[in-house]
Design a protein around this ligand. Structure first.
Ligand SMILES: Nc1nc2c(c(=O)[nH]1)N[C@H]1C(S)=C(S)[C@@H](COP(=O)(O)O)O[C@H]1N2
Ligand SMILES: [Mo]
Length: 361
């Protein structure tokens, strides 16, 4: 029975090395995940800059590609420590029991995070709970259990994690795990790192597939805004002069062209060229105060992402546009025709499409 579990590749040092790598990966996932969560649901106190332009693109790319690349690492770690599941006696003391309970939370929670994350980016939702809340709260459980695990295993980590592995077979095993993680990252990173696009065979999204060479997250048909007639953009609320602008009026205003990415929470991103009117020019014309809070509303009647807040750092940024064109052509209905918001360092969910109203408060 015992013999079946003894592989010469397993050792405390191998487990410690894999654990160290997992600790790094979980820390990156936790930090980038919290960042993403707060940007998507910004609390009032959050001061969040519009630069660097690609910050959210990078952190969310790291979160998703890093998460996918962690799958082989976690499997290797579980394989390396699997015999411990059958250790005898199973409980040596109350303290040992609590330690094992935290390991259970850690392993169960880590598997839950990777599985729900992978299914979410594949648009599969076979569960009765909301992904967002479950993934968010489990992150605290997992990271808390990880901190406790590191504390209780510190002696082993100190001994094994930083010293050279003695056996050549074990070294080879660790290199294989590292290579598997690297390869996994390489075949998915193209959904956000354009130069690797051709290698992105495992990526759930092709960053060039869609109208005008850009993916679509919610189509005009799904949002119920396929036919737009008598379009008017309104700028109202706490302003000196409310504005009511037709599509032709918008085209007559000074046009600006910027290069900015759409960076979706799902990890894909693509940089595009946008042309349109600066939001700050419109708000200046309406006489809004520089510190005002702005809300953009969509023609879309229902849906989680039909409106978004644009705070002063974002709407005062000259790169923030109400875009009329994408890659030099009139916006496709699926990309938000007639008008969409595009701003630097902002999650995709807040790049509101089919904008019809700018409300100042
Ligand atoms: N009105 C509205 N705007 C929206 C959405 C939406 O569902 N409704 N989806 C958002 C999401 S999640 C993303 S990632 C981007 C994608 O923009 P694209 O479809 O032009 O690529 O649009 C955002 N704007
Ligand atoms: Mo998105």
């Amino acid at each position: 029975m015992i013999a079946r579990f003894t592989s010469a590749l397993r050792s405390e040092q191998v487990a410690a090395k894999l654990g160290l790598w997992l600790g790094v990966s979980f820390t990156v996932a936790f930090a980038t995940g919290l960042f993403s969560h707060f940007l998507q649901h910004p609390p009032a106190w959050l001061l969040w800059p519009s630069r660097p332009v690609n910050l959210y693109r990078v952190t969310q790319g790291l979160h998703v590609v890093g998460g996918i690349a962690t799958v082989p690492l976690l499997l290797a770690k579980l394989w390396a420590v699997y015999p411990k599941l059958w250790q005898w006696p199973p409980l040596r003391s109350a303290g040992h029991g609590i330690e094992r309970l935290f390991v259970l939370v850690l392993v169960g929670g880590a598997l839950f995070q990777l599985v729900t994350g992978l299914l979410n980016i594949a648009y599969v939702y076979p569960w009765p709970f909301g992904f967002l809340q479950a993934h968010y709260w489990t992150a605290y459980l997992v990271y808390g259990a990880l901190v406790i695990h590191v504390a209780t295993e510190w002696a082993k980590i100190r001994k094994g994690a930083w010293t050279r592995v003695e056996s050549q077979d074990r070294r080879r095993f660790l290199w294989t795990v590292a290579a598997a993680c690297g390869l996994t990252a390489l075949v998915t990173a193209g959904e956000t790192l354009t130069p690797l696009e051709r290698l992105a065979v495992l990526a759930p999204r092709d960053p060039r597939a869609g109208p005008q060479g850009v993916p679509v997250n919610r189509s005009a048909a799904a949002a119920g805004v396929e036919r737009v007639s008598g379009y008017r953009l309104t700028v109202t609320g706490a302003v000196r002069t409310p504005l009511f602008l037709g599509y032709a009026d918008l085209l007559r205003l000074p046009q600006h062209t910027v290069r900015l990415p759409i960076a979706c929470v799902e990890g894909w991103s693509v940089e595009c060229e946008w042309t349109g009117v600066r939001l700050r020019d419109l708000l200046a014309a309406a006489g809004a105060a520089p510190g005002a809070l702005v809300t953009v509303e969509s023609l879309e009647r229902a849906g989680y992402y039909r409106s978004s807040e644009v705070r002063p750092p974002h709407w005062n940024d000259p790169l923030t546009l109400l875009a009329l064109k994408l890659n030099a052509r009139t916006l496709d209905p699926d990309h938000g025709y007639p008008v969409r918001l595009i701003a630097p360092n902002r999650p995709g969910v807040q790049q509101t499409k089919w904008v019809s109203e700018v409300r100042v408060s």
